[in-house]
Ligand binder design. Sequence first.
Ligand SMILES: Cc1cc2nc3c(=O)[nH]c(=O)nc-3n(C[C@H](O)[C@H](O)[C@H](O)COP(=O)(O)O)c2cc1C
Length: 246
Amino acid sequence: MNPTIKILQSHRSIRKFTDQPIDARLLDDILSAGQSAATSSFIQATTVIRIGDSDKRNALVELTGGQKYVASCAEFFVLCADLHRNQQQVLELGERPDYHWTEQFLAATVDVGLFAQNMVIAAQSAGLGVCYIGGIRNHPEQVSEMLKLPDLVYPVFGLCLGYPDQNPDKKPRLPLTAVVHQDSYNLSDSVKADIVKYDDAVKAYYIDRTQGQLEVSWSQQMAKQAAGQSRPFMRNFLENKGFMRK
Ligand SMILES: Cc1cc2nc3c(=O)[nH]c(=O)nc-3n(C[C@H](O)[C@H](O)[C@H](O)COP(=O)(O)O)c2cc1C
């Protein structure tokens, strides 16, 4: 099989890393691969903050809900959606930029996702493991303060990189029939039946991974995930940062 596709299809998040550092040239290549991703209207709205300071790493472990691998991975990055840089450049031209549209927020956030996933693929192709850290949005104001993020910059997620010290099984994904529809949206009964089978596969995956401690289907996980509040402070936080005001 095409080796790139093989890497993509063998993705697993890694949460335990060895002490081996990442060579500086490899790191540059990974970052430059990130930067080579497509970018909406050429806005290049990603800023990556590399966290080397161990006090900051430890503080981020706490702020992300006790995720220890934020400190123990070789490299930890906070990936930010950044319209501040563009705003400053446009101001320099004597123009009056308006970056408060929801569409611009979406474009900047999508840019960050593409940049990061390019980094991930580059890293995995070099034998590194990765873990995204959405927990960076648990306390976005404190993170913004710590990293001195100006208005129109927000932390979208963190990214751990390092050499893997574990080899978890691949987590099964929804069947393609559920996620690829032909010509129009169609969540048919046969697709729903496929999802029931998938639920069983996910249950089996967790039973195996946790030696029987956890027995939960994907649908049950989604029910739990959608039951509580979902970072209810996020809308105010983003508006205060200057995003999505209209
Ligand atoms: C944007 C994003 C945020 C995530 N945040 C976290 C996180 O805070 N902590 C964590 O351990 N995993 C996090 N993950 C990893 C997911 O839990 C993981 O990708 C998912 O369960 C599928 O497992 P897999 O990556 O091993 O295939 C995140 C993934 C994404 C894409």
